[in-house]
Structure formats: structure tokens, C-alpha cells
Design a protein around this ligand. Structure first.
Ligand code: ATP
Ligand code: MG
Length: 246
């Protein structure tokens, strides 16, 4: 069975309106929550020499599950006792304010524009040790904002204040936002939905991330069916694959 398929994709806007499902919060003892624990452990072990201070989740195309995975991984990490800051760096299709039911009046965009302080944009969530920064109002020029000098200082300040910074980033292929951000974090995880992602698209995303010398830690296969995962993982998250370093 091929891992990649060509399909007429219709953009799924459900999470834009309602946020993503937080199974790790709603049902922490479920099989899927266990799989998120495994993903977290694998990410931790993918960098044994250096403790990861910042990680970014992206995928080749929109609506492939970046927010679902990054947000649930953030919950499992915080539950382990790490103080986590989850940032909605998708200034085009933000969802974190919906998922965690926090205000989006101010957020990342407001800080980058100089309209809000760091203290003002950090919001607590219902999960102990998990804090979020919403996208803030959608700006007309996301790439420019994300490329501004202020963002470097912001990430540094957040890494000092928190044990782990997690970025929910935009897709890599359509715009340069993810590349800009990927160059500034310790590690990048590529989300690859089996049966939805196009092989050329995934290869292109990997190449774009390599161009900016992003440290790709691995890929997460989601939407894997039982038959396709040979019954090993079951459920709907597939494996976590390390990427061979050149
Ligand atoms: N493993 C999965 N199986 C089935 N549906 C899923 C899975 N993960 C996410 N979805 C659904 O796919 C849609 C998109 O998910 P999500 O918002 O996490 O993707 P995204 O990559 O962050 O999208 P965007 O590009 O808009 O930011 C949502 O409606 C979500 O419920
Ligand atoms: Mg998203």
C-alpha cells in the first residue's frame, strides 16, 4: 500500500472554527493519548546530547494535523511537569485561542508590532504548567512580521522563562513563514498524513527546511489505518521516524 496518494483535497476549516481535539486532556488514559506520550518520548530521545529548548511542528500543506499534534504534545509535555509555552505561529490559520478558549485580542502579532508586552501575551490554560500565546489579530504581512528582529528576542526570552517552547507553525510549501521560524528553533518535526500528503510535496518541504539549515528531528505519520500500520501501532497515529542526518 502506497504511503502517498493524490487526492482532490478540500481544505478542512473545522479546527479554524472550533479548535482542535485535545484528547490528551479529555481522555488521558486512551490509546491515542498513550501514543502522544510515545511521540513526546521519541522527540526527547531524538536529541540526547542537548536538551531541546524549542521545537516547531510543520507539514507540507495546510490542514494536515499540525495543530492537533503540536497542541496534544504540548499537553503531554506539561503533564510531565515541564513548564511549556505553546505559541500559535500560524498567523494565517490560527486555532490555539479556540482550542484553549483564550482571548485572541492580543497575541504574537501584537507583540511583534510593538502593541503588547511579553507579560500581556502569555496566557495560562486549564492544563497546569501549560501556557499559550495566541496568534493575535491576523496581520496583512505575516512573513514580514515573523522575519522581524523582535522575534529572536521573544524566543530567547521564552526559552529563559519556560522549560520548552513549542511552535504551531504554518505549512512549509505555500509561504516562507515556516522556513523563517524553523531556522530559529532547536528542532523541527514534520507531520505527514498518510494517504493525504503528496510525495513531491513532502520532499519539497524537507528541501525547503534543509535550505535554512533547520534541524529536522523526525516525521510523524498521522491518519495511519490499522492495516497500513501492520497492526503495530493501531489507532490513528503512526510512527515517529528519525531523519537520517547527512
Ligand atoms: N489523525 C487525524 N485523523 C483524522 N482527522 C484528523 C487527524 N488529525 C487532525 N484531523 C482533522 O483534520 C483537520 C485539520 O487538523 P489541524 O487543524 O490539526 O491541521 P493543521 O495542519 O493545523 O491545519 P492548518 O493548516 O489549518 O493549520 C481538523 O478538522 C482535524 O479534526
Ligand atoms: Mg493549524
Amino acid at each position: 500500500m502506497s504511503l502517498f496518494k493524490r487526492k482532490n483535497k478540500k481544505l478542512d476549516n473545522y479546527s479554524l472554527k472550533h479548535g482542535v481535539g485535545l484528547i490528551t486532556y479529555d481522555d488521558p488514559s486512551s490509546t491515542i493519548s498513550e501514543q502522544f506520550n510515545t511521540i513526546r518520548t521519541n522527540i526527547q530521545f531524538s536529541s540526547v546530547d542537548k536538551k531541546l529548548k524549542s521545537i516547531l511542528f510543520t507539514s507540507s500543506a495546510p490542514s494536515e494535523g499540525k495543530s492537533t499534534i503540536s497542541n496534544n504534545v504540548a499537553v503531554t509535555w506539561a503533564k510531565q511537569g515541564e513548564k511549556v509555552i505553546l505559541v500559535d505561529a500560524d498567523l494565517r490559520r490560527p486555532t490555539i485561542h479556540k482550542t484553549f478558549d483564550v482571548s485572541n485580542r492580543i497575541g504574537l502579532s501584537s507583540y511583534l508590532l510593538g502593541n503588547a508586552t511579553l507579560e500581556e501575551i502569555i496566557q495560562p490554560t486549564m492544563v497546569k504548567d501549560l501556557y499559550v500565546i495566541a496568534s493575535g489579530p491576523i496581520p496583512p504581512n505575516p512573513s514580514e512580521l515573523l522575519g522581524s528582529m523582535r522575534i529572536k528576542g521573544l524566543f530567547k526570552a521564552l526559552e529563559d522563562k519556560f522549560g520548552l517552547l513549542i511552535l504551531d507553525a504554518p505549512p512549509t510549501n505555500a509561504v516562507t513563514d515556516a522556513q523563517i521560524l524553523a531556522a530559529q528553533v532547536d528542532g523541527v518535526i514534520l507531520v505527514v498524513p498518510q494517504g493525504l500528503a503528496e510525495k513531491a510535496g513532502v520532499a519539497h518541504a524537507k528541501q525547503a527546511l534543509d535550505t535554512v539549515h533547520a534541524n529536522i528531528l523526525g516525521a510523524i505519520m498521522n491518519r495511519v489505518t490499522k492495516a497500513e500500520s501492520q497492526g503495530y501501532y493501531g489507532g490513528y497515529y503512526g510512527g515517529y521516524y528519525g531523519v537520517e542526518k547527512k
